[in-house]
Design a protein around this ligand. Structure first.
Ligand SMILES: [Zn+2]
Length: 225
């Protein structure tokens, strides 16, 4: 275990190590003790509270009536945040800031990257207006590594396409209006019971649902800006 005095570590990691080595599980400490251990370090209280996101249990007088208002108890340690890679917040627990949100929405053209709907637009066959949200999408990079990128999706696509209303009359009418080539393509899909995307359509569809950073990469690959 590294030393809590190692200034090369981040404050949250140092506080975790300080609790383990100086205070000890089950024991109490005061805010003054914490501030004396980390003189001049700003927001040391907040960095200690951040440990709760990693399973650390630190009680105040609110959770433990036996404590004075200036006391806290180090109940039990959580993840060893000082180990490489352990201090990364679990997906979903950290909020996406308003600025970042606006940026993602704007780069995604203010539409759901899965179905193309825009905010306030009504889903076909419903009276439900679309609301956009920011989703974390796992992207497999060309080198095989995985990254989480932010992408705009409507609430319905995020929930996985719930109860759509079918309209047979409309489908029959539209099918009757197809030209012979379209009719042939549709018949083939129905016979195969799956839509056979052309390579171009497949790439287009995949491209459209990529997060912005990844779309940029394909555009660059094609020599676009
Ligand atoms: Zn959608």
């Amino acid at each position: 275990m590294p030393s809590w005095q190692d200034a090369g570590l981040g404050t949250m990691k140092r506080v975790a190590l300080w609790l383990v080595s100086e205070i000890g599980e089950g024991n109490t400490f005061t805010k003054e003790q914490l501030r004396e251990a980390f003189p001049g370090v700003s927001q040391v209280d907040r960095r200690m509270r951040d440990l709760r996101d990693f399973g650390w249990k630190i009680n105040t007088s609110r959770e433990d009536a036996g404590l004075d208002s200036h006391e806290q108890r180090f109940v039990k340690p959580g993840d060893p945040v000082w180990e490489p890679g352990r201090a990364t917040r679990k997906t979903g627990t950290s909020a996406i800031g308003a600025g970042r949100r606006r940026e993602v929405l704007s780069k995604d053209g203010n539409m759901c990257r899965s179905c193309g709907i825009t905010p306030g637009e009504i889903y076909a066959g419903t009276h439900e207006a679309a609301q956009l949200d920011i989703a974390r999408r796992e992207v497999v990079k060309p080198d095989g590594t995985r990254a989480i990128e932010l992408v705009t999706e409507c609430k319905r696509c995020r929930l996985g396409g719930q109860s759509l209303t079918a309209d047979l009359a409309k489908v029959l009418q539209q099918a009757a209006g197809l030209n012979p080539i379209e009719r042939r393509v549709l018949s083939d899909w129905i016979a195969a019971n799956q839509r056979q995307f052309s390579r171009l359509e497949q790439i287009w569809s995949d491209y459209r649902s990529l997060p912005e950073a990844s779309r940029v990469q394909l555009r660059a690959e094609l020599g676009l800006r």
